[in-house]
Design a protein. Structure first.
Length: 473
C-alpha cells in the first residue's frame, strides 16, 4: 500500500486543493482532503507543505507560517489514519478501501451519507477555515481583518449547531442565506457589553450582518472563480443594506473641559463610584486612599491618551503601535509620522501630522517612562471602557441621538455611554471640517482615502453654524 498527496489539476486557479490517493494491491482510490493551499507552498517531491522564509517576519507572515505548519500536521495525521484503517479488519480482510470508506476517513460521517462526496459537500465552516485563511494570508491583510473573518467562522459554527445541519458550499441556496441572515439578526447571542445595550441580548445589528455576509460572499466568489462551484448563491440573494448615522463628536468646549480636568476631579469621581457600589451591596468595604489614587491615576492617563488622539486623528490600531520614534521635533515644530495599517496595501503613504501644543505636552509628560511606547497603554478594550468613565467624571453627559444597530431606529443616550476611541478620531475630523479646513488636508492627516464614505458624513453642517445662521435673521 502507498499513500500519495498531490494538488488538484484544475487550471487557472490561485488556490488549489490537496488530494490524497491510496494505492493498494488491487485498487487506487482518491479524494480531496479539503485542505486548500497556494501551489507555491507545495513540494511535490517531499509530499509536504513548505514554509517561506522571512528575514524579519511580520505578524501576518508568522501567522501564515503557523497555518502552513498546521496543514502539514493535518496531512501527517490523515496519512496515519488511513494506514491504520487499511490494516484494520473492519474494512476488509484483503486490506482494500472502498471510495465511500476513504471519504469517511477524510471527511467524517458526512461523507458516509453521500458516497458521491466532493469538495462542494464539505462544511462551509470547514471551507472558510481552509480557503479563507489561505486567501487572506496571501493578501497579507491586517490582523483586524483576520480577526473579523474568524468571528464569522464562529457564527457559522453556531448556525450549524442551531439548525443541526451542515451549511456546505454545495447545498447553500439563497433561501439558506436568508435563514442565516435571520439567525444573525434575531437568534445569535450578542455578548456586546456596551452600557447602552442590554446584556445577554440576541441578534446583531444590520450593519454588522451586512459586513459578515460580505465576507461570506467573498468565499463563494473565490469558490466560483476556482471551479469548486458553478454559481454563487449570492447571485440571487440581496445583501442587507448598511445604514450609518452622522458621526458624533465633541465640541471644542467639551474637549477643553476634558483637557483641563485636574487630578482631584478623577479622585472625587472614583470615591463617589465606590460609595455607590458600597450602598448597593456590590462591595463590602471602601478601598484605601492609595488604591483610590491609583484608580484615579489610570483615568488621568486614559484622559491624556484620548486628548492626544483627538489632536492627531489616528485610528486606535495605529495609536496602539506608536513609539517614541514616531515623533520628531525640528525648527518648524513637532510632527507625528506613521503609516496607517488599514490602508497599507492600497495606499502605503506616510501620514505626517503637526503636533498641537497640548498633544506635544502629553508626549513630553510620558517621555521619561521606560519602554518604547509613546503612551501608557494596557489594551484597546480597557481604553474604551475608561474613556466612558472619563467623560462621566468630567460631566460630559449630554444627550445625543444614535441609530440603534439592531432596530435601525433613532434613540437618545448619554454621550458618555457611547464614547470610544473612535470618537476621538471623529472629534479631530469634525473639528477640522467645522473650522473650514480643506477636505484634502484633513484626509492627509487622518489617513482617510480619497472618496471615503466615512469621511463624507462629516459634510453635514455643524450645529453651531446653524445657530449662527439663525441669529442673523
Amino acid at each position: 500500500m502507498s499513500i500519495k498527496f498531490s494538488l488538484s489539476t484544475k487550471k487557472n486557479v490561485t488556490i488549489t486543493e490537496i488530494r490524497v490517493t491510496v494505492h493498494t494491491r488491487q485498487t487506487s482510490r482518491h479524494t480531496g482532503t479539503g485542505i486548500m493551499i497556494d501551489p507555491k507552498y507545495w513540494d511535490a517531491v517531499k509530499q509536504c507543505v513548505i514554509e517561506p522564509r522571512f528575514k524579519l517576519a511580520s505578524a501576518e507572515q508568522r501567522q501564515l507560517c503557523a497555518e502552513l505548519r498546521e496543514k502539514n500536521r493535518r496531512l501527517s495525521d490523515l496519512k496515519r489514519i488511513i494506514e491504520d484503517a487499511v490494516n484494520d479488519a473492519k474494512y476488509s480482510k484483503h486490506g482494500e478501501l472502498s471510495a465511500a470508506e476513504l471519504d469517511v476517513l477524510v471527511h467524517g460521517e458526512q461523507a458516509e451519507q453521500n458516497e458521491g462526496s466532493t469538495t462542494a459537500t464539505i462544511s462551509l465552516y470547514t471551507r472558510m477555515q481552509e480557503a479563507v485563511k489561505v486567501v487572506y494570508s496571501m493578501r497579507d491583510v491586517s490582523y483586524g481583518r483576520m480577526k473579523r473573518v474568524k468571528n464569522v467562522i464562529n457564527k457559522l459554527e453556531q448556525y450549524e449547531i442551531s439548525r443541526e445541519r451542515p451549511m456546505t458550499i454545495g447545498n447553500c441556496t439563497p433561501e439558506i442565506l436568508a435563514d442565516f441572515e435571520r439567525f444573525l439578526l434575531t437568534e445569535i447571542k450578542n455578548d456586546n457589553r456596551r452600557s447602552h445595550r442590554n446584556n445577554n441580548s440576541v441578534g446583531i445589528g444590520k450593519n454588522t450582518a451586512n459586513t459578515d455576509l460580505k465576507l461570506l460572499k467573498a468565499v463563494f466568489n473565490h469558490c466560483e472563480r476556482n471551479g469548486i462551484i458553478d454559481k454563487s448563491p449570492f447571485m440571487q440573494f440581496e445583501l442587507p443594506k448598511a445604514v450609518y448615522a452622522d458621526p458624533i463628536f465633541l465640541a471644542q468646549s467639551e474637549l477643553a473641559a476634558i483637557e483641563g480636568a485636574d487630578f482631584g476631579v478623577f479622585v472625587d469621581y472614583i470615591k463617589q463610584s465606590f460609595k455607590k457600589r458600597l450602598r448597593e451591596g456590590e462591595i463590602k468595604a471602601m478601598p484605601s486612599e492609595k488604591q483610590i489614587y491609583g484608580f484615579a491615576k489610570l483615568l488621568e492617563e486614559k484622559r491624556d491618551i484620548f486628548v492626544f488622539q483627538s489632536r492627531v486623528g489616528c485610528r486606535i490600531g495605529d495609536l496602539l503601535k506608536l513609539t517614541k520614534k514616531n515623533v520628531t521635533e525640528g525648527n518648524d515644530g513637532a510632527y507625528l509620522h506613521y503609516i496607517a495599517e488599514k490602508t497599507t496595501k492600497t495606499s502605503a503613504r506616510t501620514i505626517n501630522v503637526p503636533l498641537h501644543d497640548e498633544a506635544l505636552a502629553i508626549v513630553r509628560r510620558y517621555a521619561g517612562r521606560d519602554g518604547v511606547r509613546l503612551l501608557p497603554f494596557v489594551s484597546a478594550q480597557k481604553y474604551n471602557n475608561e474613556i466612558k468613565r472619563v467623560f462621566e467624571a468630567v460631566g460630559i453627559t449630554r444627550s445625543v441621538t444614535i441609530l440603534d444597530t439592531a432596530t435601525q431606529t433613532p434613540k437618545q443616550v448619554r454621550i458618555c455611554d457611547v464614547a470610544s476611541s473612535h470618537m476621538a478620531r471623529k472629534t479631530f475630523c469634525g473639528t477640522m471640517f467645522n473650522e473650514g479646513v480643506d477636505s484634502s488636508i484633513i484626509c492627509a492627516m487622518s489617513g482617510h482615502t480619497e472618496g471615503s464614505k466615512a469621511f463624507a458624513r462629516y459634510h453635514n453642517v455643524d450645529m453651531s453654524l446653524m445657530r449662527t445662521a439663525i441669529n442673523r435673521i
